[in-house]
Design a protein around this ligand. Structure first.
Ligand SMILES: [Zn+2]
Length: 335
C-alpha cells in the first residue's frame, strides 16, 4: 500500500516552484519529455524530468495553477535510525515522525509549505473475519457507533466532535462579521487539524476493536446520498462531509495495514429497521422501537447492529471518490 505523509519542510522554495510551473506549462503545450528543452529555466534536471513526465502525459491538463516539486526515489537518501530523509538536489533535510514500517520512499513532492512523502508499506494477508462489527456514522451525537452483534457490545466514539465544530463555527462567524478573513482561515485550519486528530483516534479504535474480536468492519455505502435526506439529518452533516470521508479512508487504510476486512452495505432504512426481526419500526430521536417484536434500543446501537447484519455489496464505484484527499496518484491515502 502507498501512504503519503505530510510534513512541514520549513524552507522557501518559491523560486523553484515558479520554475516548476513554467516547466509544467511547457510540457502541456509541447508534450516534450526532454529535460534539455527546459534546461534554460534552471531547475535541477532530476526534478524537471519528473515534472515533464507527469505533465506531458496529462491530456486533460490545459494550464496549471500550482505545481509541486517532485523528487524521485533515486534522489532520496534515507536514515531510518535518525528518522531523517535527505534530498541532495535541494539540500533538503526532513525529519519524520511517522512509523518506520515502510519499505521505501517512492517520491517526495514539495509545495510552498509541506513535503508530501509517499512511502510503500507491506500489506499483511487479509484475515478471514469470523463475523462483523457494524459502524453507524449517521448517529445522533457521535462521530461513529460500533456494534458487535456477537457480544452485544456497543462503542460510542467522538462525542466531543460536534462541540468542537460548534465552537469553531461561532468563532468563525464572529471573525467574519469583523472582516478578519486571515484569522478565519487560521481558525479553519486549526479546526481541520483537531478534526483530523479525532478521526485518527476514532478510526484506530474501530480497527483495534474489530481486530481484537477477529471481526471485519461493515460500513454503509453512502456515496450516492451525500446530499440526500439521510445525510441532511445526520450528525455528520453538522460537521463537514470532508471529515466524513476522511474518517472512511482512515478506517480503510488502517484496516488494510492490520489485515482487517472492510465491507459496505446498502444504507437504505438502516436507522428504521429492527436489528432483531428485520421489520420497520419507529425511530424517535434517540430511541428505536419495534412494534412487531417489541425490541427497544438506542437508535444508534440498533443501526450499528443492523449494519453488521446486512449483506455486503459491491462498491467498486466508490474508489475514485475515496481518493480525493490525495496529492497525486490514486490508491494513495494522505495521512
Ligand atoms: Zn423487531
Amino acid at each position: 500500500m502507498i501512504l503519503t505523509y505530510k510534513v512541514k519542510h520549513g524552507r522557501d522554495f518559491s523560486d523553484e516552484l515558479r520554475k516548476a510551473k513554467k516547466i509544467a506549462n511547457y510540457a502541456i503545450q509541447t508534450r516534450s519529455r526532454s529535460s534539455k528543452d527546459v534546461k534554460h529555466i534552471g531547475l535541477k534536471s532530476m526534478i524537471a524530468n519528473q515534472i515533464l513526465r507527469k505533465y506531458s502525459n496529462d491530456s486533460r491538463a490545459e494550464k496549471v495553477k500550482s505545481v509541486k516539486l517532485a523528487i524521485p526515489h533515486q534522489g532520496i537518501q534515507l536514515d531510518h535510525e535518525h528518522k531523517t530523509i535527505y534530498a541532495p538536489c535541494l539540500k533538503l533535510s526532513l525529519r519524520y515522525e511517522f512509523p518506520n514500517n515502510f519499505e521505501k520512499v517512492n517520491q517526495i513532492e514539495l509545495g510552498e509549505e509541506y513535503a508530501y512523502i509517499s512511502v510503500s508499506i507491506p500489506e499483511p494477508e487479509p484475515i478471514e473475519p469470523n463475523g462483523w462489527v457494524g459502524v453507524d456514522r449517521n448517529t445522533t451525537g457521535h462521530v461513529a457507533v460500533v456494534a458487535n452483534p456477537e457480544s452485544g457490545k456497543v462503542l460510542k466514539l467522538g462525542k466531543q466532535a460536534l462541540h468542537t465544530h460548534q465552537k469553531y463555527k461561532s468563532m468563525r462567524k464572529n471573525l467574519q462579521k469583523k472582516g478578519k478573513y486571515g484569522k478565519v482561515k487560521r481558525i479553519k485550519d486549526r479546526e481541520s487539524r483537531i478534526v483530523r486528530d479525532i478521526n485518527h483516534k476514532i478510526s484506530k479504535k474501530i480497527v483495534d476493536t474489530a481486530k481484537e474480536a477477529g471481526k471485519g468492519i461493515k460500513l454503509e455505502d453512502l456515496t450516492g446520498i451525500r446530499k440526500g435526506k439521510k445525510q441532511a439529518k445526520s450528525f455528520h452533516c453538522a460537521l463537514n462531509s470532508w471529515s466524513f470521508y476522511q474518517l472512511q479512508s482512515m478506517i480503510e487504510y488502517k484496516a488494510k495495514l492490520r489485515g482487517v476486512e472492510v465491507a459496505y452495505v446498502d444504507p437504505a432504512y438502516t436507522s428504521k429497521t429492527c436489528s432483531r426481526c428485520g421489520h420497520i419500526g419507529d425511530r424517535n430521536k434517540k430511541t428505536f422501537e419495534c412494534h412487531t417484536c417489541g425490541h427497544v434500543d438506542h437508535a444508534d446501537s440498533n443501526a450499528g447492529f443492523e449494519i453488521a447484519k446486512r449483506p455486503c455489496i459491491d462498491r467498486l464505484h466508490i474508489d475514485r471518490d475515496m481518493c480525493k484527499g490525495t496529492t497525486d496518484s490514486p490508491k494513495t491515502a494522505l495521512v
